[in-house]
Design a protein around this ligand. Structure first.
Ligand code: MSP
Length: 560
């Protein structure tokens, strides 16, 4: 597939979010999966990396949904239509730039699943067997005894729950279709050994290898129709319903037109998933694909979970964070920035309102917004233009430790310019490594350094009517605006509206906002700067409004 892409370095890529269960409204955790995918998708677009798609959608079949609909006194199709619309709305409001939204109840998906089932059968990967074991409906999976523990309810009755999620399991005994998962242990191990980046970050790769070191029993991939009606019937056997996870995973193929046109995209797919669904994506899915005669996806990018004040987010604890309320409170960009800045894929992260307010006020309102405000103030830049850089004030030198007598810039200034110059590459490599939080951390550091530069030279004290001082004053502003231009450009995938506002204020045209040709301070290297002398864009007000610290927890108290 690499070779079929047009142009060097340009290749197709399908990025995906998991498809969300249509049994309850979206929460912060769902949005986090989607925002990670969105930032990667936007970043690729700005790099001109080649055609890209971002798929998302809703997972609508299964016992869990059937039971949720019954409990809500509605039908599964009605419940799914309602919840699916809520997800679409939440993703749209959060500026997730999805190109495909799939519902597993759509005919195009059902066709793909039936075809996929046929391919499994054709390759001899399925057999009918009797299955006996523990089934966990909230997690929609079968669990071995080793992954269970006992609990006691208020009446003293003992029951079994999943060790990992704490959800209750029930004994099931049925005639099912079984998938020969056990036959795929070696191929899966080989796939992982040959592709050390197939599951990332590294600790999750190790986790999958560890699972593959254990027994890998065959997997029950259908349920008796009498127990589960809300699902896709097994082709040619209407007494059975296809297991919801097989159904759901195939969504990644349905969106690219399986079984007809998927070859244009598959296997150039990167799946973004939470750690709770890693086994389904890194063990079952590649095995199912191999069994159906298709290659595994290129990459599975895994993230951890958000807790709320140290506690698991759950309906019963009443601490589920509503993304609509967050967007209302913190703005779309504020919400996006916080989650992507504070979310570390390798470990669980904790959410609480005060932390959001603190991060956004200090980094977006004060540091970035303040810098724009100060450096574009009419009092220091009355002509409202992108000022000229003066080589005599900031001469190019090879070793900035020996600059004392030259120009007006200090050794510290040279160090700072070097760190901003290296920022675009650093950010690109963090995005490539699925460490968006690190990219944001080093941007925040450079913003702080730029504020330091500005503060150090006190441009408001320089006299514009004095020719030498004017040169230095303009140079300080020029360097600062160049930094802001770099920050604005690099922040586009994370805070698209704010970055647009910032770049528009600096009069950076839409076609000048790409990442592939982002050069910082060209004048320092003796190259022309297209912005010099350009009229700045209109002042459309504060870049990011400071948020008030809440005495009560505003969002945390809004129950879903
Ligand atoms: N329907 C399945 C996925 C099928 S994909 C073929 C599913 N849906 S889900 O709605 O339960 O979860 C969707 C995503 O939200 C998962 O990536 C999951 O990890 C993520 N999150 C759910 N709770 C979360 C947190 N508390 N924190 C971060 N993400 C979490 O699983």
């Amino acid at each position: 597939l690499r070779s079929s892409a047009s142009g060097p370095g340009r290749r197709r890529l399908l990025l995906s979010t998991p498809i969300f269960y249509a049994n309850g409204p979206p929460h912060l955790g769902h949005l986090y999966s989607a925002l990670l995918a969105d930032a990667l998708h936007r970043h690729r677009g700005l790099r001109g990396a080649g055609p890209g798609r971002l798929s998302t959608g809703t997972d609508e079949h299964g016992l869990k949904i059937q039971q949720a609909a019954a409990a809500a006194g509605t039908s599964p199709p009605e419940l799914c239509a309602h919840i699916s619309a809520l997800f679409r709305q939440a993703l749209t409001q959060a500026a997730v730039s999805f190109t495909d939204f799939i519902r597993t109840s759509e005919p195009r998906h059902q066709r793909a699943v039936c075809h996929f089932w046929g391919a499994l059968q054709e390759h001899g990967a399925l057999y009918k067997g009797s299955y006996e074991g523990w089934y966990c409906t909230p997690d929609e999976c079968f669990l071995p005894e080793s992954q269970l523990t006992e609990r006691m309810d208020t009446q003293g009755r003992t029951y079994k729950v999943s060790l990992e999620t704490g959800h209750e399991v029930h004994w099931t005994k049925e005639e099912n279709y079984m998938f020969r998962l056990s036959a795929f242990r070696d191929p899966l191990q080989k796939w992982l050994r040959d592709n050390p980046r197939a599951v990332s970050p590294e600790p999750f790769y190790q986790r999958v290898l560890h699972w593959l070191g254990d027994d890998l029993p065959d997997l029950s991939v259908s349920r008796e129709r009498s127990r589960l009606q809300w699902g896709i019937p097994v082709p040619g056997d209407s007494t059975q319903t296809i297991y919801v996870w097989v159904d759901a995973l195939v969504n990644y193929l349905s969106v690219v037109g399986y079984p007809e046109t998927h070859g244009e995209w598959w296997p150039a797919a990167h799946h973004i998933v939470g750690k709770d669904i890693l086994k389904f994506h890194a063990v079952y899915w590649p095995a199912l694909l191999m069994a159906a005669g298709l290659p595994p996806p290129e990459q599975i990018l895994v993230h951890s979970h958000w807790t709320v004040r140290g506690q698991k987010m759950s309906k019963s604890l009443g601490n589920v964070i509503d993304p609509f309320a967050c967007i209302g409170q913190y703005t779309v960009d504020g919400f996006r920035y916080f989650l992507l800045r504070q979310g570390v894929p390798e470990r669980d992260c904790d959410y609480y309102d005060d932390k959001v307010v603190k991060v956004l006020n200090s980094e977006l309102a004060d540091a970035l917004g303040g810098l724009l405000n100060r450096s574009t103030a009419l009092s220091i830049n009355p002509s409202n233009t992108y000022p000229y850089f003066s080589e005599s004030c900031f001469p190019k030198i090879l070793d900035y430790r020996e600059t004392k007598a030259l120009g007006r810039a200090s050794a510290e200034d040279y160090e700072f310019v070097v760190s901003v110059a290296s920022l675009p590459l650093q950010v690109a490599s963090y995005f490539e490594d699925f460490q968006i939080y690190k990219a944001l951390e080093c941007i925040a550091l450079c913003v702080r350094q730029t504020n330091g530069f500005f503060q150090r030279h006190k441009p408001w004290k320089l006299n514009r009517n004095h020719p030498a001082e004017k040169l230095w004053l303009d140079t300080i502003i020029h360097v600062t605006l160049e930094c802001l231009r770099v920050f604005g450009t690099l922040l586009q995938p994370v805070i698209p509206c704010t970055a647009d506002k910032l770049l528009s204020r600096l009069a950076v045209e839409p076609e000048e906002r790409g990442l592939s040709n982002l050069t910082f301070l060209p004048r320092y290297n003796g190259k022309p700067c297209p912005f010099e002398g350009r009229q700045l864009g209109p002042d459309t007000g504060v870049l990011f409004h400071r948020l008030k610290k809440s005495s009560q927890h505003q969002i945390e108290n809004k129950r879903l």
